[in-house]
Design a protein around this ligand. Structure first.
Ligand code: ARG
Length: 457
């Protein structure tokens, strides 16, 4: 087929080469950014007297018509076009004649595509930010509900010390706040305009790059024209931020999967977010959480694909860079889908607080508190630790718990033990006494909830 760039070559390209080269089936999603970018370009060309005002008006009206027709479905993408940029220019020229051919003055597809991706991803960051904020709210609401629900806190997946479910959930809220910061930080560096860098070496026309940047909502411009067209750091940065976010969702998923098992029975997922088995009638599977965990690997892969594509590229534009889009679009689509499902799953999840309490009662998670009891009576911590450990070993031998051992037995280990030791190792008291900042006591968890609410407000 005849190419808009025919001139240097006039031999027709093979169909298979066209298909291989074409990106319209994945870059057509940037049509809005491509068209609004072109409108700003036409306006700048007129403002700088590079084209007439009449030509610019025609171009802008023509572009607006294409945008409306694509929005309404009156115009369909021509999948034989090489990419979205060629498609828009082709329709514009069909509709306007020679005036349409003036649009590409002082511009290249190299700066055009860089502009489109930045604008497209900027909007995606805003959407992802909204979705993460929704999730933070859902997590924080759950934490509020369960701020007094005692559960064992774990290290090495072994019962360690008493916390509350609310405290545990707020750990995820803090992780998600960092994800929001990473997204905002990435957006700052992304929001610089590459348009006007042209193919690589700028232009001899007296253009105004700031005019276009300002019209398109950028905070500034890329200050080196080679860098402007070669830079895909903003894609890699966004994908890194998304990869970390997915890692957080994956860890949370893993816990939800464990907690839903019969072995734990700490949480019950809503039927709306679980599936059954085709053979085992009793099953209620946490598929949504498993899929989020699974898709995390896929998003890591997207990041690696882009980094690997970029690593050996000489400046400036190389066609390899067309591979950026499928990877970054996949990462963005995947994280958005995961966030939506995850938020619904968390919002409808209920905790089995009785089972959590039961688990907290088995596992000697108040052994540190027992040692602290002796320390408060002036015993050095290491000695107190030894005695507490010996008492745990005794309980295990006799199949009992620290709360059930008689005071007489305690006294054979240390004279310092008195009746008030039972109060000191009571689970509720153990949590409530953990008043250090960031800790699990209800008052500290309330402060964490308050802080998170203020940050996302
Ligand atoms: N479809 C191309 C891409 O996505 C647009 C830029 C093409 N530039 C070029 N000189 N061939 O990267």
């Amino acid at each position: 087929m005849a190419k808009m760039w025919a001139g240097r070559t006039d031999g027709a390209t093979e169909q298979i080469a066209d298909d291989f080269n074409s990106s319209i089936h994945f870059d057509s999603r940037m049509y809005r950014q491509d068209i609004t970018g072109s409108m700003a370009h036409a306006a700048m060309l007129a403002a700088k007297n590079i084209i007439t005002n009449e030509d610019a008006d025609q171009l802008i009206a023509g572009l607006e018509g294409i945008l409306n027709d694509l929005d309404s479905g009156a115009l369909e993408f021509d999948m034989t076009c090489e990419d979205i940029h060629m498609f828009v220019e082709q329709v514009l020229t069909q509709r306007l004649g020679d005036v349409g051919k003036k649009l590409h003055t002082a511009r290249s597809r190299n700066d055009q595509v860089a502009l489109d991706i930045r604008m497209y991803l900027r909007a995606e960051i805003d959407e992802i930010t909204g979705l993460v904020t929704e999730l933070v709210k859902a997590v924080t609401d759950k934490a509020e509900t369960y701020k007094a629900a005692i559960m064992p806190g774990y290290t090495h997946l072994q019962r360690a010390q008493p916390i509350t479910f609310g405290h545990h959930l707020m750990a995820y809220a803090m992780m998600l706040l960092r994800d929001l910061q990473r997204l905002a930080d990435c957006r700052k560096r992304m929001n610089l305009s590459p348009i006007g860098c042209c193919a690589l070496a700028g232009t001899t026309y007296d253009t105004d790059r700031y005019f276009e940047a300002e019209r398109l909502g950028f905070d500034g411009i890329c200050l080196n024209s080679l860098d402007g067209v070669s830079d895909r750091d903003f894609c890699a940065e966004l994908m890194s931020a998304i990869a970390v976010l997915m890692m957080h969702l994956s860890r949370f998923s893993e816990e939800i999967i464990l907690w839903s098992s019969w072995e734990f029975k700490f949480v019950e997922l809503s039927d709306a977010y679980t599936t059954g088995s085709s053979i085992m009638p009793q099953k209620k599977n946490p598929d949504m959480a498993e899929l989020v965990r699974g898709k995390t690997g896929r998003v890591y892969g997207d990041l690696m694909a882009l980094l690997t594509t970029l690593k050996g590229l000489p400046l400036a534009y190389n066609k390899d860079m067309q591979e950026d889009k499928e990877a970054v679009f996949d990462a963005v689509d995947t994280v958005k889908m995961c966030l939506k499902v995850f938020t619904g799953m968390v919002a409808t999840m209920t905790a089995n607080t009785a089972n959590m309490k039961l688990a907290a009662q088995r596992g000697f998670i108040n052994a540190t508190d027992l040692a602290d009891y002796l320390v408060k009576k002036d015993m050095p911590f290491r000695s107190a630790y030894k005695i507490s450990g010996s008492l745990v070993a005794l309980c295990i031998r006799e199949n009992t718990v620290l709360e059930q051992l008689p005071l007489d037995t305690y006294k054979t280990y240390s004279d310092l033990f008195e009746e008030d030791l039972y109060e000191a190792i009571d689970l509720v008291a153990c949590v409530e006494k953990r008043i250090s900042v960031g800790g699990p006591s209800v008052s500290q968890v309330e402060k964490q909830i308050q802080y998170v609410k203020e940050v996302i407000a």
